[in-house]
Design a protein around this ligand. Structure first.
Ligand code: MF3
Ligand code: CO
Length: 249
């Protein structure tokens, strides 16, 4: 079911996203060579405890952590471990919170120390596909296919691959609501956007091929060819005139 958020729900969504953005900002600033993924998880836990929100992923379908911390060829959904981040790594930090029953969902990919030019380009193109291209398509009257097409054209035009087996989603009183929003597609196809809808858009982009492996733990997703992968995500509210970035960093 596609839900239209009431004004009160929209306010709760905004508050949820504001808290989440502050969590993600804190974590991004901590990323440096020598820090462990579990240290990021602990910081997220400490920070969220001081807010009126609760972590969204912990307990979701049995997931045991607050964050997904996916490094290098890891695409998404990797639980934090004792792994120590090394100079030259890239890390995707994905987090969600619930405030007043409303979910928000946000991810960024950041460099660890000095990274290769190729890795820098991967992060830049993935970020821009969301922050500059997809964002322009998130308006009432446009279609989910317009969003996917804009991301796909930009990413493939830059020579990278879109992961197609994982998609963006509606969001609200559940983390994942309808519609599903692929990061590829055709303009004018899919679901038409309406004011009051909330959506999470999350391009996942590989340097190499688009194929990914779903590991047997039920969570970890990695590139089949071991090439680097980047991931950005924002939660958006569709307004009468365009959109609001709910998780603005
Ligand atoms: N941003 C991720 C997604 O929408 C968050 C889910 S992680 C999970 O798929 F652990 F909660 F599943
Ligand atoms: Co999501």
């Amino acid at each position: 079911m596609i839900t239209i958020k009431t004004p009160a729900e929209q306010d709760a969504l905004r508050a949820s996203g504001k808290i989440l953005a502050s969590v993600v900002n804190v974590l991004m600033d901590m990323v440096q060579p020598g820090i462990t993924l579990n240290e990021l998880e602990a910081a997220a836990s400490d920070f969220i405890k001081k807010t009126d929100a609760v972590p969204a992923f912990k307990g979701y379908k049995g997931y045991q952590n607050i964050l997904c911390t996916s490094v290098n060829e890891e695409v998404v959904h990797c639980p934090p471990t004792d792994r120590v981040l090394q100079d030259g790594d890239i890390i995707s930090i994905d987090a969600g919170v619930v405030y007043n029953e409303l979910y928000s969902d946000c991810a960024v990919t950041v460099p660890v120390g000095n990274i290769s030019t190729e890795a820098e380009q991967l992060i830049k193109i993935t970020r821009e596909s969301l922050y500059e291209k997809a964002v322009q398509e998130i308006q009432p009257g446009k279609y989910t296919g317009d969003i996917g097409a804009a991301i796909q054209e930009y990413v493939e035009g830059a020579g990278f691959s879109i992961v197609k087996s994982l998609v963006g989603h509606g969001i609200g009183k559940q983390l994942h609501e309808e519609p599903s929003i692929p990061n590829y597609g055709s303009r004018g196809k899919g679901v038409q956007l309406k004011p009051g809808m909330a959506i999470a858009i999350e391009p996942m982009v590989n340097i190499g091929g688009e194929d990914v492996v779903f590991e047997s733990d039920g969570w970890r997703v990695v590139t089949t060819d071991q090439s680097l992968s980047a991931h950005f995500e924002h939660t958006f509210l569709i307004t009468e005139t365009g959109n609001e970035i709910i998780t603005q960093l």
